[in-house]
Write a protein that binds this ligand. Sequence first.
Ligand SMILES: [Zn+2]
Ligand SMILES: [Zn+2]
Length: 157
Amino acid sequence: MNSDPSSRSLDTEEIKLDPKYEKILKEHHLRVTKPRKLLIQCLIKHESPQSARALMKELDSQNDIDQVTIYRILDTFLEIGLIHQVFPSGGYLLCDHIKCHHGIHVMLRCINCQTHREVEIPKDVFAPFEWYLKQSHQFEPHHHLFQIDGHCENCQS
Ligand SMILES: [Zn+2]
Ligand SMILES: [Zn+2]
């Protein structure tokens, strides 16, 4: 049962993290550092979007990671699509479809109960919209996350 391969080293290795996240960092040529691990771990715990300040507070209480580092990591994570920002709060959330690179991620936010759900839309479904933007507005969209505000199933009646 005891098959923990990280038992040989301490510190960074001590922080347990789902290997899928380490894999993503490595895929983007990012080192698996202690602050990056801690931040991911912190985000895993929360289902609701967390502000940078809240994350900082949580991390700062046990570790000394400075603000600049945290902001930099958040920027990097946003860039590689590991996390998303939900508006208008601007809070950060871990991507819910991290393994899937095939579709467009859409954040559905209920304006009534404030719940949110990330869904993946097949590229083919999104293609006509993309085509329209290019044709009519000479705009080529690159951002892989969209947010649509509306009413969730519970709030529709
Ligand atoms: Zn996503
Ligand atoms: Zn709702």
